[in-house]
Write a protein that binds this ligand. Structure first.
Ligand code: ASP
Ligand code: MG
Length: 245
């Protein structure tokens, strides 16, 4: 059993209240000492927010980041409540709180984490909670040095997970997906595509760069050599074993 794990749920895993409940149950049942949860927005929420923003017209970069941050801010609240409903102690980690860890530059639509500041804040505010409480962190967003919301770009909750895992020196990162792990080929093209048990981080990076929608390529840059990364199928219902390492 590893001690410290960051578990990230994608939007498809959180597409309904039933799924949020199922995801929270998986976390409550997971066999880890210290858990940090990172959530994406529920279902296609971000697409919806993005469309609405486009329809409005000329929104500033700052407004854009503020508007599309709302998906993760809602889902983290639902997730926290779902954990509490299962007897777990959970704490919402939202950018409006003083304990928000992820600081970025002011490139609002595609912000880059400031690893020095983020590391400092993660160690100060998140690490002390672990073991006793499960922090539930809004993925995909940051705050700039002036406290304004920024966006890490589409798929950015993977980045949140790997950045926090690096700062916390987590033993493992679990990316929960609606897929039976990482496949050897595109199943739409190769019918006998099989699920891989293990692959090299460079192969994973090439797959991600090539457009396999498994993980945001930039997120992989934050992975630590001694850190296990697993892509786990949501429908397996079990986070502790299986998936693609
Ligand atoms: N919700 C955001 C998106 O759809 C971030 C993420 O899913 O990682 O791009
Ligand atoms: Mg999403």
């Amino acid at each position: 059993m590893t001690n410290r794990v960051v578990i990230k749920f994608g939007g498809a895993n959180l597409a309904s209240g039933e799924k949020v409940a199922q995801a929270a149950q998986m976390v409550a049942d997971a066999n880890y000492k210290e858990i940090i949860v990172v959530v994406s927005a529920m279902g296609k929420t971000t697409d919806g927010l993005l469309n609405t923003t486009l329809q409005i017209g000329d929104v500033s970069d700052g407004d854009y980041a503020e508007l599309i941050s709302m998906g993760e801010r809602v889902s983290a609240r639902f997730f926290c409540s779902a954990l509490r409903a299962r007897g777990a102690k959970a704490e919402l980690i939202d950018p409006c709180g003083d304990n928000w860890p992820l600081i970025t530059n002011s490139n609002f639509r595609n912000a880059k984490p400031d690893m020095e500041k983020t590391n400092e804040r993660t160690k100060k505010f998140i690490a002390p909670l672990l073991g006793d409480t499960i922090p539930v962190v809004c993925g995909f967003i940051g705050k700039d040095p002036s406290g304004r919301i920024t966006s890490l770009g589409r798929g950015g909750s993977d980045t949140t997970a790997l950045v926090l895992a690096k700062c916390l020196d987590a033993d493992e990162v679990i990316l929960v997906k609606e897929t039976s792990g990482v496949l050897s080929a595109d199943p739409k093209i190769v019918s006998e595509a099989r699920s891989l048990n293990k692959l090299d981080i460079r192969e994973m990076f090439d797959l991600a760069q090539g457009g396999a929608k498994i993980v945001k390529p930039e997120a992989l840059r934050y992975k630590q050599p001694n850190q296990m990364l697993r892509v786990v199928d949501f429908s397996s219902g079990n986070l502790s074993v299986g998936g693609t390492e």
